[in-house]
Design a protein around this ligand. Structure first.
Ligand code: SF4
Ligand code: SF4
Length: 244
């Protein structure tokens, strides 16, 4: 994830085997947690704010840098880095990752990058890249696996489920046709997807609503289930942005 001029990016498929193993004994332990742009998905923030036991609004204030400008695509949310001369992740210490059970998808997948795109028939296709950075010694360790097994070991299925659900919004045909959110829509995007606790409050008091009655599963999201609320948030944004 760090920025290096001589990185190597190798396209791989899900079943191609690659040599790699990461463990606490590697000489580069936590090197990949420094000097990085760590983009956070809505599900990453859901997991992290739960792990830190924080209201989502407080979590955003404390740990997230938001980037967006008029005319741009959807806002980007990035994990804050510490000003320690190494631009270290705010969650890394000498023991490793303080939020390891709830670490973001990009940290789990590393050194594999995953791209997902939604097709016209609604299916989601995946592309993988093996990222070989000079500082990462894991490629010299004994251990071999394919991407599918690696992702299973890293607990990525749950993350990919929510990230793929989001493609219905961010890869909507209207986006390809030129849709760009205005300032109000950018704020709606951040509220619904990243500030779930505030979104729940606005749903509960009627400030935002769907143009149909909520299903029992959606009501469980309003009542407290963050995962169901995130899926409801995607549907609400599809309604607000594209009338679907
Ligand atoms: S969240 Fe954890 S694994 Fe990811 S960069 Fe930060 S310390 Fe490293
Ligand atoms: S082996 Fe690679 S992934 Fe593991 S700690 Fe070192 S740099 Fe990070």
């Amino acid at each position: 994830m760090a920025h290096q001029a001589d990185n190597t990016f190798l396209p791989i498929d899900g079943i191609e085997r690659f040599r790699f193993r990461c463990h606490r004994g590697v000489s580069c332990f936590t090197e990949c947690c420094r000097q990085l742009d760590l983009a956070l998905s809505p599900y990453d923030v859901l997991r992290l704010k739960q792990a830190k036991k924080l209201h989502s609004g407080r979590f955003l204030e404390q740990y997230v840098i938001i980037e967006w400008e008029e005319g741009a695509l959807f806002p980007g949310c990035y994990l804050t880095m510490v000003d320690d001369g190494r631009a270290s992740c705010v969650f890394v210490d000498q023991q490793g990752c303080q939020v390891y059970p709830d670490r973001p998808a990009a940290c789990r997948a590393y050194p594999v990058g995953r791209g997902a795109s939604r097709q016209a028939d609604g299916s989601v296709t995946q592309q993988y890249l093996l990222i070989k950075e000079p500082h990462c010694k894991g490629f010299a360790e004994a251990g071999e696996q394919n991407t599918q097994d690696y992702f299973t070991d890293q607990g990525l299925a749950e993350y990919n489920r929510f990230n793929d659900a989001l493609t219905e919004l961010v890869h909507h045909p209207a986006v390809s046709a030129g849709f760009r959110p205005n300032r109000v829509q950018a704020e709606q995007y951040l509220l619904a997807l990243y500030n779930l606790d505030s979104f729940r409050g606005e749903l509960a008091d009627g400030r935002v609503s769907l143009c149909r009655p909520l299903t029992p599963t959606e009501l469980s999201g309003v009542a407290g289930d963050d995962r169901e609320l995130l899926l409801l948030a995607i549907r609400w944004l599809l309604q607000e942005f594209f009338g679907t």
